[in-house]
Design a protein. Structure first.
Length: 299
């Protein structure tokens, strides 16, 4: 007879979640602050430019930076891939965002259906998609590089000129390695009441300098470890000194009045801890104060 011990997860047919090597030992908890700085910079450099040009109301609501899920390829939209200075990079935009911008360029912002929205894309739409994707890629790579070099981004700083990549190649999947990262942008069109998504898949080499910089900053901000004090410095004891004992007759005690003097002679004092005699010490006078010296253990 054979017996086996099964866990509840195994009985339910569930597979244990595997650890993502991209998150091990890396300060992923610091990435949301960098992502928020990137969101503010892209809102000013892209969305506000669209709003001024087309009298629109585009708002970059959220920007998330996280490891790329291999299931993100999907069938919605298409990826535009290229080989950047440090590795492959890909961009995917919802078609409604591209056609909406094209309609505003043509002065058809009030039209119920943007041009070519119902059929296959035209050459004009493809050129605009290429232009937008190259712009998103250039700006995001530039902001990540600045965050890694400066430790942060200034959303109010003037926009620098970003070099855009060459012609992008369409693909059904981003086609990146296991260390890839995903930059997810959520853009709201306030006039049309729609929300659009822009995805950028980046090779891990683009995020490596930023993660190293964040890790170095986190270690520098950590308070230095202090060596524990020895037991003799950490354990506190309350000492009491019994200076003298004098036996008096009951009649003498009853005769005591304010101003009465009891002649004494200071000898050795007994040092007690929790009412238990521990040491004997000599009583000495130093600068008008009585002090204990010459401690000796009591046997």
């Amino acid at each position: 007879m054979q017996s086996s011990l099964k866990t509840p997860a195994a009985e339910a047919g569930e597979r244990p979640a595997a650890l993502d090597p991209r998150s091990l030992g890396r300060p992923l908890h610091l990435l949301p602050a960098v992502a928020e700085q990137m969101r503010e910079a892209l809102q000013r450099q892209v969305c506000l430019a669209w709003n001024r040009r087309y009298r629109a109301d585009y708002q970059l609501r959220t920007l998330t930076l996280k490891p790329l899920d291999r299931r993100v390829g999907g069938t919605e939209g298409r990826w535009l891939r290229t080989l950047g200075p440090q590795g492959a990079v890909a961009c995917r935009m919802e078609r409604r965002l591209v056609t909406g911008l094209m309609a505003r360029r043509l002065g058809l912002a009030d039209a119920s259906t943007p041009p070519e929205a119902a059929g296959t894309g035209s050459a004009t739409e493809e050129r605009l998609e290429q232009q937008l994707a190259r712009r998103w890629i250039a700006l995001c790579l530039q902001l990540i590089e600045q965050a890694a070099a400066q430790g942060g981004l200034d959303a109010a700083a003037p926009a620098a000129t970003a070099s855009e990549p060459a012609l992008l190649q369409p693909s059904a999947h981003p086609g990146l390695g296991a260390d890839a990262w995903l930059l997810q942008l959520c853009i709201a069109d306030g006039l049309q009441g729609e929300t659009h998504e822009v995805l950028l898949a980046l090779d891990g080499s683009y995020l490596a300098p930023l993660l190293r910089h964040l890790a170095d900053g986190a270690r520098a901000a950590r308070p230095p470890a202090t060596a524990p004090l020895p037991l003799g410095r950490r354990l506190n004891l309350r000492l009491q000194a019994r200076l003298l004992e004098r036996e008096l007759a009951l009649g003498t005690v009853l005769d005591l009045a304010p101003g009465s003097l009891i002649p004494i002679r200071l000898a050795d004092a007994t040092v007690l801890v929790d009412e238990s005699p521990l040491m004997r010490a000599t009583v000495a006078e130093h600068q008008g104060k009585l002090c204990l010296t010459s401690f000796q253990d009591l046997e």
